[in-house]
Design a protein around this ligand. Structure first.
Ligand code: HEC
Length: 130
């Protein structure tokens, strides 16, 4: 009988500790959201700054390269992975005929961290939703 009580108490404690773990996870989620907001700014900075993307990509119209809206729309439609493209792990799907021009940028893009690539994706996607 006593043994059962101990087991029950242990189980109860377990449940409580699990719950607090869950809470922690929720906290982390809030943290990620905050990070996403700054990812937009980081992405914007890279896009207009060291990435020089803006020289060829305007937001809502075609210039040397396709507009960001156009790119994001096609990537959404085809459920494609923008980061994979930037890592040269996926073929171009927007305008393969002029891919050679885009290709010249991979020397710079290669130096970007995983976080910077993610920030670029966040920026390009969110700026298209505005
Ligand atoms: C010298 C001009 C130029 C610059 C600078 C440039 N791009 Fe491009 N980009 C292009 C051209 C042209 C295309 C169309 C060819 C293509 O679709 O690959 C393109 C296409 C793309 C595509 C669509 C790829 C696909 O699937 O077809 C993405 C995404 C992209 N660029 C991202 C970027 C990012 C991010 C930067 C900055 C780090 C950047 N580009 C800088 C010219 C440029």
């Amino acid at each position: 009988m006593q043994k059962t009580t101990i087991i029950l108490i242990t189980l109860a404690l377990f449940a409580v500790s699990c719950q607090s773990e869950k809470k922690e996870k929720e906290d982390i989620k809030i943290g990620t959201k905050k990070k996403e907001i700054s990812a937009f700014d980081t992405g914007k900075k890279i896009f207009n700054g060291k990435g020089k993307c803006y020289t060829c990509h305007k937001i809502d119209k075609k210039s040397i390269g396709p507009g960001v809206h156009e790119i994001v729309k096609i990537y959404k439609e085809q459920n494609a992975d923008l980061i994979a493209f930037l890592k040269q792990e996926a073929e171009p799907i927007v305008d393969p005929e002029t891919y050679a021009v885009m290709k010249t940028n991979f020397a710079i893009i290669k130096t970007f961290s995983e976080e910077e690539l993610k920030a670029l994706e966040v920026y390009m996607t969110e700026v298209s939703e505005q």
